[in-house]
Design a protein around this ligand. Structure first.
Ligand SMILES: [Zn+2]
Length: 283
């Protein structure tokens, strides 16, 4: 082979390797509607948060489609609290994928006892507010943060001798720190509280996924204040428009963020966005 051709092939090879490497370095964030998100790390591990995939906003659950069909891999299921719009399809996902549960001990125990969550998967990664755990072979650190809300588990076995709701421990939020990726704050279903400032002091929040639905949690104005308190570089709204009792759209939130000088980014249900390092790739 002549030298120029060899050199050309070599350059092409290096280019392809670096392209593959760059793609592998991306973190993917997908919104399923309501509070449900999945995160795929640069190493390919998959975390799913508050996985109510059968929510009315999820395009993958429309027209009788089963949103679990497309879900081939999940390594960790993170639950902020026990309400059914957050626990969602966690049991079915755990059974399908073998994913490990990350939530508080009381919620974990009652999901195992009352909802038949596989016990072996509700053990190693159970944690409490204030704690941090390393998962995904050290690629991800999960911190559990306070949330001001309530938490009970709906009991599928409810009946004359079984209460409809069981204890679900304390509600929480999560800070998810991804190596070579963004640090993501998921607020759970919280009210605004001034100690969110501590979260912003302790962690560098690249993206805050904030509940703006009102009624049961933060109204948009206070969610914008939450974005400011945690020093979010980008705020993405969630937990809205799912039913008529909630904030219907994110325009008010966007306006309030603008006044505070915080970047707003709206995802559509079913959409996936990518991060290169901690930077959101805007298309
Ligand atoms: Zn709730």
């Amino acid at each position: 082979m002549s030298k120029p051709i060899t050199t050309f092939i070599l350059i092409l090879f290096v280019f392809l390797i670096s392209a593959v490497h760059a793609a592998a370095q991306e973190t993917k964030l997908k919104w399923f509607g309501h509070a449900a998100f999945s995160i795929t790390t640069p190493n390919g591990k998959v975390l799913i948060i508050d996985p109510w995939l059968t929510n009315p906003l999820n395009p993958e659950a429309k027209d009788g489609k089963d949103p679990l069909t497309a879900l081939t891999r999940v390594d960790y299921i993170l639950l902020t609290h026990g309400h059914r719009d957050h626990v969602g399809d966690a049991v079915a996902i755990a059974n399908k994928t073998g994913a490990s549960l990350i939530c508080n001990p009381e919620l974990a125990a009652n999901l195992v006892k009352l909802a038949d969550f596989p016990a072996k998967q509700a053990d190693a990664d159970i944690m409490g507010i204030g704690g941090e755990i390393q998962i995904a072979d050290g690629e991800v650190t999960v911190a559990m943060t306070p949330a001001v809300h309530s938490s009970s588990v709906f009991n599928p076995k409810a009946g004359p001798n079984e209460p409809e709701r069981a204890y679900g421990g304390n509600p929480a939020g999560f800070v998810i720190i991804i190596k070579n990726g963004p640090t993501i704050y998921h607020s759970g279903d919280t009210a605004y509280f001034k100690d969110m400032e501590t979260i912003g002091e302790q962690y560098t929040i690249d993206v805050a996924l904030l509940n703006i639905g009102g009624h049961y949690g933060m109204e948009p104005k206070m969610a914008a204040r939450a974005a400011q308190s945690v020093h979010a570089k980008i705020a993405i709204p969630q937990h809205f428009g799912t039913n008529p009792g909630m904030t219907q759209d994110a325009s008010g939130f966007a306006g309030d963020l603008k006044k505070l000088g915080i970047e707003f980014y709206e995802m559509k249900p079913g959409q996936t966005v990518s991060f290169k390092g901690n930077q959101l790739i805007r298309k």
